[in-house]
Write a protein that binds this ligand. Sequence first.
Ligand SMILES: [Zn+2]
Ligand SMILES: [Zn+2]
Length: 265
Amino acid sequence: MRRRAFDIRHRDRKALREGYSPAVRRFEIASIALYCCAMGWFLWGLLPLVGTYPWLMASAFMFGFVLADFVSGIVHWAADTWGSPDMPVIGQALIRPFREHHVDQKEITRHDFIETNGNNCFISIGPAVCGALLPLDDALNVFAATAIFSVTLWVLFTNQFHKWSHLDVRPRWVDLLQRLNLVLPPDHHAVHHSAPFAKYYCITVGWLNEPLHRLRFFQTLEWVITATTGVVPREDDIGAIAAREILDEDPGPMPADNVAPEPEL
Ligand SMILES: [Zn+2]
Ligand SMILES: [Zn+2]
């Protein structure tokens, strides 16, 4: 079923760009430095075990790649759907870039390494430190620690893969990785960039986008949050009118022929 055109109203592009302040830049640099320290410490603990658990650690590493795709979807969905750049502390640093990306999707191609990857390093520091503190005394813990290391590593690369999907001209080896579906392909990610920007949130490789879409995974989360809090999803991103129109049109987490009651707001 085709959606009709909604009255999408984004925030002002220039104001969003001006939100990238020297303070946000310093926050990103500090995040990258701390992330590198945490990951170096983490790797130092894992490397001596590779000879003892080669296949276990290889499978945990692959599992971490798929899990990173899922984590990218959760973080992207949360930042696109809730909150505002006006929020204290996280608004300008963590939410503003997602608003800006829907207004001007080519802006990411002009970001340097620090602006592209600073935020993802920040969200990975906590999990990396927790993973490094796991006692590596049995196979289960080694699997868990390797998977956490893998997730935090691929989360770092996620926005780089996302940036590549927006480039007009790509190195041939990047083009090959995209054609092989080993990093986020541009035509696949383009699905997310059609209004109202409400599906295909996974941006590491995109393998989980179609399954999560069919399961109505994010729609169900939104329905539960709206039903319990009354907050309208995407209100800050696409404007109150369009967000309310979509909410009124959506039957909820159940399929259309088994419609759940509308949340009372
Ligand atoms: Zn988005
Ligand atoms: Zn994008």
